[in-house]
Design a protein around this ligand. Sequence first.
Ligand SMILES: Cc1ncc(COP(=O)(O)O)c(C=O)c1O
Length: 391
Amino acid sequence: MNASNDFSRMPKRLGTNCIKWDTLDSTYHEEDLLPMWIADMDFCAFQPIREKLQKVLDQGVLGYTFAGDDLYQAVIDWQKRHHHISYTRDETLFISGVVPAIAVVLQALSAPGEAVMINDPVYPPFTNVVQANDRKLVRSALETNHGKFLFDFPDIEEKFKKENVKLFILCSPHNPGGRVWTKAELHQLGELCRKYQVKVISDEIHQDLIYPGNIFTTFLNCGDFDDFAVTLAAPTKTFNLAGIKNSMIFVRNQAMRQAIKDVMLMNKQDEINTFGYAGTQAAYELGDKWLADLLIYLEENMILVRDFLKTHLPKIKMMIPEGTYLIWLDFSAYGLSDSALEEKMIHKAKVVLNPGIIFGPAGSGHMRLNIACPQENVVEALRRIQNAFAK
Ligand SMILES: Cc1ncc(COP(=O)(O)O)c(C=O)c1O
């Protein structure tokens, strides 16, 4: 391993305006907190990405930039090589972030007042985007079976009919549960959407973070869904580039593509950030081995958490993630309210996790742990949680 992918080395983050570390004091007024929350990795960026950014800086000028052939090719090749799907340049749209992409697609493919379905629990901005855009939020709670989330198909169908749902925002792989939905599950979901004429936004930002034994299938490879579904992807989770965001909307149907482009133009969102461009290209051209090493490290952290909880904190039930670096923990055996659980985590354990309740009503009694950090920090977080909860 070279210095750039020594995942065990903690980079300096305090004092860098980093949301994960530098907002704790003002949020919690508590000293010595260990942040294990927002989906941001405490690892240095892959060295060739940093070199590419340096080259951009060395040009001296940081003016308007357009997406060139080399960027399209890097993205298209990554999708082909890692996800076995062929996109053309026309089918690939660049946009600053995945959440902005959800908003744009939602505006393009639905109208105010229409019903939009999301799962419960799910990544909180899904709720915010739906509500801020004046759509009607419809939740379908996931079932838990043998410690895994499953779609509740009868509930989804019932609500499609009853609420006249027009759009489904899918989180694939699932945040916070780490489920890597199987092709069969996604096929069944897609067919249900076709039957009720529900369009699909498949947020696949975690698509590259898959543990051995699981297979991620991009939604457009799960059936004949091109005419009612779009997929969203980005190098920002995979390579931790959220500070230089650049994301993709993949859309094959021409009418949907035009509608999405129109909304982007209305908001003058048709340009690309120079650093986002450079980072994406370097990541996708050169990052295969770095990603493979990252996944080995993350899996070790995940197993460490699993084994520690089993031995020392058996009342906390862990959903074993199939992908993502996020772990969904069930604290309900402690019988605490959501606010008491958060209080205890912050002021007794002094570890910052995401409270489960922000992911939807089904998240009550849960917390989400981010394990994308040096192992030393994972061990320290577990030790602190043990001190606070084992007694
Ligand atoms: C499912 C999901 N979508 C989107 C995002 C954020 O995307 P962006 O920062 O590109 O808006 C995250 C970040 O954690 C996420 O988990």
